[in-house]
Structure formats: C-alpha cells, structure tokens
Design a protein around this ligand. Structure first.
Ligand code: TYD
Length: 136
C-alpha cells in the first residue's frame, strides 16, 4: 500500500431543491464493513488531529461540513488531500500515517472505520511507523 492507494470515493448524491442527500452503505460504497463511526468537530483554528497510523484499521474520511486537509504518508511519499465536499470520502488503508489539519471554522470530519476502537492497533510514533513499513 502506498499513498496512491488513498483514493477519493464518490458517494451517491441525490440532488433536491429541498436540500441534497448523500448516503453510504458499508461494503457497497466503502470497501469494508463499517464497525464504528465517529466525528471530529469544534476544532480550534490551527489545531492538528490524528497524527498516527493504524496497523489493521481501514477508514473513510468525509468532510461533512466545512473543509480540512488530510496529510498521508506511507513512510516514503507524502500527499495532502483537501477535503471540502460532503459527497466525497477519502479511503485510507491500514498502515498509512495520517494527520488532519487546516480545519475551517465549523468543520465536521466524519470517519467510518472498519474496526472498533482498539488502542493497540495505533502506531503513534512516526519513527516506529517508518521502521514497521521498511520491515514489510
Ligand atoms: P485519537 O484517535 O488518538 O485522536 P487524535 O490522534 O486526533 O488525538 O483519539 C483521541 C482520544 O479519544 C484517545 O484517548 C482515544 C479516544 N477515542 C476513543 O475512546 N474512541 C474512539 O472511537 C476514538 C476515535 C478515540
């Protein structure tokens, strides 16, 4: 897996003059069964979240409201993906360093995760992550 495996998924969008509607089904619009959903909100200006990797967890990151950047690294290459549409999801596979930054005012970041919360699945040090990637 490289940063090129972090792909933008276009989610179904039902346009309507009363307001648009987007939905997501696990295993259909995202390539895994959704086991957990969480969201990040009320982020003060300039704050950064999520500097870590997961050993096994896959996720889809959605800018439900506002905008932010997702920075991903596979230990060799890096990419910055701007998220600003609520019908796009960024798929991030396991063993990818990822950080969320440059949140706009009132941004809401929704995350669909393939696993329940498990601290032992986290890699929280970048040097540990790079060492684990180069040992693959
Ligand atoms: P974490 O994933 O470490 O976010 P960040 O890298 O942005 O700091 O989560 C922050 C805290 O919240 C951490 O103590 C773990 C806890 N947490 C849960 O208990 N359950 C969850 O589903 C998530 C995502 C986090």
């Amino acid at each position: 897996m490289t940063v090129d495996d972090c792909t933008i998924l276009q989610l179904p969008k039902i346009p309507d003059v009363r307001g648009n509607l987007t939905y997501v089904e696990g295993g259909v619009h995202v390539p895994f069964s959704i086991r957990r959903v969480y969201w990040i909100y009320d982020v003060p200006g300039g704050e950064v979240r999520g500097g870590h990797a997961y050993r096994t967890l896959q996720e889809v990151i959605i800018a439900l409201s506002g905008s932010f950047d997702v920075l991903v690294s596979d230990g060799v290459n890096r990419r910055t993906i701007p998220m600003n549409r609520s019908y796009y999801g960024l798929y991030v596979p396991q063993m990818m360093w990822r950080q969320l930054a440059n949140f706009s005012t009132n941004a809401v970041c929704l995350i669909l995760a393939s696993n329940p919360f498990d601290e032992s699945d986290y890699i929280r040090r970048y040097d540990t992550f790079v060492a684990a990637r180069s040992a693959e």
